[in-house]
Design a protein around this ligand. Sequence first.
Ligand code: PLP
Length: 333
Amino acid sequence: MITDLIHRERLAHLPTPLEFLQRFSAHLGGPRIWMKRDDCTGLAGGGNKTRKLEYLVAAARAEGADTLVTFGALQSNHARQTAAAAAKAGFSCVLILTRRVRWQSTTYESGGNLLLDRVLGADVRIANDPAESQEILGTLQREAQENGRQLYVIPTGGSSPVGALGYARCAEELDHDFRVNDLNVAAVMHATSSTGTQAGLLAGFSATGSNHKVIGINVSEADGAALEGSIRALSNETGALLDAPPVGADSVHVLHEYMGEDYGIPTAEGRAAIELLARTEGILLDPVYSGKGMSGLIDRVRQGTFDADSDVVFIHTGGGPTLSVYDNAFGST
Ligand SMILES: Cc1ncc(COP(=O)(O)O)c(C=O)c1O
């Protein structure tokens, strides 16, 4: 693999399975739908960030760091996987989590990923806004200097060029999956937010020359054009680490109409997607990312976007650990 040229620490169960969703595909009556099970990456509940952390942890160790610091919303899946990666790799971990989601439930500020962060031994600091989160980082940096500690600061979502290498590696895995299963791939789809997943996939497919169409479903950014620009920029920075040809703006496909009111606020369509997947395949999605992502796939299939004799691949990026803090989004069904 091209991505083997860059050092990583093994944290994930790879390759993840690619599963054909037989009952779900039959229910929709369109193309064959497959799912890449990155919810099964194996570390403390799984999810897409574990692939990125394999490269980030290796870089942190190479720099002589002893503490991983990262950011996210209160119910960040990335934060939980960073806490788990730190535990497994023998680092300390500080999570700076910001109250940025307007959803309220009895366990939103204590359960789900927040509970797991604490069980995993992370030092959790809560900020009320981005400015306060930067102040907390400044304090941590000063304290680290005084105490001789070395921090490795991971951006939100692990979406640096080094982190995105994890998804370039996933693209290589997918090329193999597609060959073995003889797929006629119309598109690879997934929820997109901090851009590392989509950027890494584009860089990886560019590196292998397969150039599959990747369609992100925007679940967090009000400024769609800025999101697309960030995906392309990060893809090309990541691709440069692999000597991959740069991707053009016409390779960046993002659907912006499935986010609903805001990041972290469930949509009726996302909830319907979660229930449909659960009831046809026994697979759990989440209301913040993968449920909204899947609602985009379902809508596009219903609009007839894809040829019936083609294969559409959804990457399940994880998020299941937040389902229970959204209990009040599911009524009594
Ligand atoms: C479950 C889940 N899906 C998708 C994403 C989006 O991935 P990315 O931030 O790489 O765009 C995230 C990021 O936080 C996530 O937690």
